[in-house]
Design a binder for this molecule. Sequence first.
Ligand SMILES: Nc1nc2c(ncn2[C@@H]2O[C@H](COP(=O)(O)OP(=O)(O)OP(=O)(O)O)[C@@H](O)[C@H]2O)c(=O)[nH]1
Ligand SMILES: [Mg+2]
Length: 503
Amino acid sequence: MSRIRLIAIAASVLLTLGLIAWLFDSLQRLYWGLAAISPTLASVLLVLLVIALIGAIVVLIYYLFLFSRPTRSTKSVIPPLPQEKSAAAEVSLRAVQQQVAQIQDEVVRQVLLQRSQAIEQALSQQDFKIVVFGTGSAGKTSLVNAVMGEIVGTVGAPMGTTTLAATYRLELQGFNRDILLVDTPGILETGVAGTERQQLARQLATDADLLLFVVDNDLRQSEYQVLQMLTEIGKRLLVLFNKADLYPAAEQQQILAQLDRRLQGMVLPEDLIAIAANPRSIQLADGTIVQSQPDILPLLQRMATVLRTEGENLIADNILLQSQRLGEEARRLIDAERQEQAEKIVDRFQWIGAGVVAATPLPVVDLLATAAINAQMVVELGRIYGCEMNLDRGKELAISLAKTLVGVGVVRGAIEIFSIALQTNVATFLVGRAVQGVTAAYLTRIAGKSFIEYFRRNQDWGDGGMTAIVQEQFRLNRRDEFVKTFLQEAMGRIVKPLAQENE
Ligand SMILES: Nc1nc2c(ncn2[C@@H]2O[C@H](COP(=O)(O)OP(=O)(O)OP(=O)(O)O)[C@@H](O)[C@H]2O)c(=O)[nH]1
Ligand SMILES: [Mg+2]
């Protein structure tokens, strides 16, 4: 307790005692005065005074009891996360878990399921995760040691190390949750080992509720890019300019100003803090060497403010972010799995139809397109994307796509490509039918690919409609190298059987 406070308390106690003495004296005089005139009136006054005294004592005891009641341990009343945010996180997590369940690859599904469970646990867990992140040798480990030394007194062994990342647990006065402080390996190192460590460090950074980004000079381009990525995904971060002791005051200010300019729009000025986590030792005039103390107080103060004012929101935001990211990943994986299955279907159907078309020549291009696209293929593709439809609906879609293929000139374009290619290496009397067969296979492919896009977009052709999708697929599938491999396979599957038939 400070001295001024002690003096103030003593003065107010003396004043109160003085007042009580004065009151007692005045009442005594009043009583004797009254007793001289009317003893009854004096007795009434005495009774009233006794009642008032008892009342005052009761009130005093009540308030003393109220204040002396042991306050509940702050640790046991951890405030709930902001309700609407944690509700949103829960909804998002349920959706993600449903998505994950659709993944067919058992191993991948289990990995994602575990991650979703970890996020779920974070929702009910109480810890706040601060991750220290930055370039190699910027002073991350020194900072963790300094923070631990300052708050806990000792550094101690980490709770656990996950391939090179060390986690410490600490408590900060005035903050209800335990804090996990995570030291990560340096990012942006060259070499293969560096890449793996970088990935780990980035993963840890995206897991953080609050990030301490350590730099030891002006930002490098690579640091800037990582910072930009982290702020884009909404990561809350403090940027620490460490090793400030290496620069004279003026230069320090210059570097800070430069950092501030670069970080404009990304980091608040008060979230850019100069520190010295492990300052150089100083040699005194008499030759003795003194180890300087870490200078991290401004960081601790800012951290305490951020935790107190934003802590709960940061946790909730982070959980929401984690589940959204997991959702995106699950969607990507499901999409890749579906794509693989869908392409197998397209591969199968393109050769089925082609044989038939080659055997029964169709003189009209429109008919060629219609015959090429199998309604059954559309139905099977739809099923892969969870869209059940009957054969009639499949036929309807197939016909409208065939019309588009004709309308935008894909049929003519394809005939042209294969006429030129086949004329030189197929017997003249077979060219016409070979071109039709191969073109039919090719059109089935373009159609199949277009339908994959349609189903991927939840049965929507997008802004450009069916035409844009078909044109895009034609553009992608008319590349020389693709046409060449396609022709090679078509020769074996369509042209050769056709030639053998005619021998
Ligand atoms: N002068 C000075 N040197 C510092 C300061 N902080 C750290 N260093 C030195 O910088 C070097 C690297 O510090 P570390 O804490 O190991 O850096 P790091 O970021 O953990 O490095 P990696 O884990 O390898 O990425 C050490 O030699 C530290 O003594 C500081 O505030 N001032
Ligand atoms: Mg380190």
